[in-house]
Design a protein around this ligand. Sequence first.
Ligand code: FE2
Ligand code: FE2
Length: 248
Amino acid sequence: MIHTSSYWQQHFKHNLTIQRVDWSIEPKLMNVERNDILYSLKAWQLGETSDGSHLLSAANKYARKIEDKDYVAAVKLFIKEEQKHGHNLGRYIDLIGEERLKKDWGDTLFRKIRYLNKSMELWTIAVIIVESAAQIFYEALREATDCELLQSICNDIMIDEAHHIKFQNERLFIIFQNKGFYNKALSIAAYSILFFGTIHAIWLGHGKALKAGGVNKSEFMRRMYYMFFKTIKFLHSAEKMAARLAVV
Ligand SMILES: [Fe+2]
Ligand SMILES: [Fe+2]
């Protein structure tokens, strides 16, 4: 099913009112856990704090073209939810007496790509790939620690991210279904190159934390491939879905 932008706007508005993290729990991160996950925790915290201005400018341009003002409002709320993740992880880093990262190679690389990227389609597929990795990463982070506060922050993010993937998959479907055969084939090739590059960069940066959470390289690649495959499959349910487009 493809939901309207107004549906997503309502979803994000409502979700932002739900407080799932219990800040009364005292943070307890053991030294061995710190050694395994701290770098990745800080790097993802930095990545979640973007102001979203480049995404918003691509969304504005795209929404004008398709005449859907609600889409911009939905994207604004989506960015707010990402910033909530950054805020919660940052608060946790402060509570355990650690310094937040101000710079990280992965974040710098991704920011440079974001700066160059003006296409809504490329934005959407890039976000889908990163959010699929986020699902695996935060689950591994939760498994890598006994700290209940960190576990509850991870659970909250995982609930949000599952909806983010749906939101972005539906947008990519809307963009993809208007393409001709050759364009579709070229797009799938481009998505695959981006997917391949991104998963290796993520493993390179965060393999240690993922392994601490029980996810080795082949398991990470297998799960990423499964999620990517699900996205590609979703894009090809066009015939069945076109008839149901914008019904909710
Ligand atoms: Fe996030
Ligand atoms: Fe997200």
